[in-house]
Design a protein around this ligand. Sequence first.
Ligand code: HEM
Length: 434
Amino acid sequence: MWCADNPRGLHDHGECVQAGRVVTILNEPGPGVVTDLADDVMFTNPFPTYANLRERARVAPARSTQLLGGEGYMLTRYDDVMLLHGDLRFSSDTMGRNDSWLLRHLPRMFRLLADSMVYKDDPDHARLRRLVNKAFTPRMVQEMSADIERIVDELLTGLAGRDTVDLVDDFAVPLPLSVISRMLGVSAADRDQFHTLTARFVAGVGGGSPTSFIKVVPTARKLLKMIEQMADERRRVPDQGMISALVAASDDGDKLSPDEVAAMIFLLMLAGHDTTANLIGSATLALLEHPDQAARLRDDGSIAPSAVEELLRFTTPVPCGAARITLDDVDVDGTTIPRGSKVLGMIISANRDERIFDHPDELDLGRDPNRHLTFAFGKHFCLGNQLARMEGQIAIRSLVQRFPNMALAVPRDQLRYKPIQSLRGLRSLPLRLH
Ligand code: HEM
């Protein structure tokens, strides 16, 4: 048996019982044992399990909604996750190579998403990325900095009069949602409805089960209709926002089709808010649990860039990217992953690999070097990394400086993670601010 609460590998869990600690006993992860990413411990504290897998099963059998509901493999070492993101034998085209009935009969909204650049290889991926790069430019992101400062300030001012808040609902979610809809150019009149539908959609698909998909179809339809109307409006009357830039983006005469524009807006909206919201929520909890590190940032806001890099590594809001499918047999350290297998690169584990990071389970806001893989690597490297970094720096620095005495308003063991395997984030984070 394996005690998942032990930070490093196997031990006699009788010790834990005697010490009065809660013991989580799973089948010992290792060669031949399937790790199920739906297990509660893989949300609450997956790190001991990954530490064991890095040592004992570099290619670990896994079950996950991320593996399109089925079984496949996980890679958990840093070098192996790099391999998955950089080696062309690992294809992102899992949708094109999946001819399941379910996929062919998905409602249009889901089919558009399944057709987005996340699930494409070159040359299709390179084409879409070139076109979106014309609209989502570093300059556009940089120009958002003053807006982000202002939105953060407004949100924190709104919280200041209250004694207890839910940091997730009251700050971590509304900030990136406001930022991305402002960047896209969603009009003030549409913003509330757009936020509500997006939040409902994300919460609805979170379960990953066929019934949760079916339930969310009406919301998905409304959202798609809204996105298409906004794109049509920008075709007629262009403005400075990113929807207009996507509609106009052209590369040697090649343009995005109306379906591709809708899929891209939807992808940016989804990828652009829950990820960053989870970063802000988990980072705040990490700082509450490491008051010495919170004090470093509070006393010297200029360390915000390295602080956020470390919080990105330590919390890893996207535990793994999309599944890849092997186009050939791939040998990893003597184990063959057969052709046609679905494989996940566990970034959350790579970011704690002791071969790369000194004392990986420690939070050190000055860590240097810090070559985390939180935004992945290679062709699918996160398009929004600069924006997420900027939001994280402004939000987390402002929060710790504005509320130096904030503290958890509930016992730590009452906090729960969302049951979404593609993202790691708290459902809520009740705080006392003063
Ligand atoms: C803390 C916040 C974020 C994290 C941890 C994160 C993480 C990631 C990761 C790991 C990937 C690679 C997926 C894969 O290879 O399968 C990715 C891709 C992507 N991200 Fe992010 N992301 C964040 C924020 C954002 C934001 C703010 C945006 C946009 C506004 C964004 C847009 C995208 C897009 C469009 C892709 C697909 C890129 C491609 O396929 O070429 N992300 N992100």
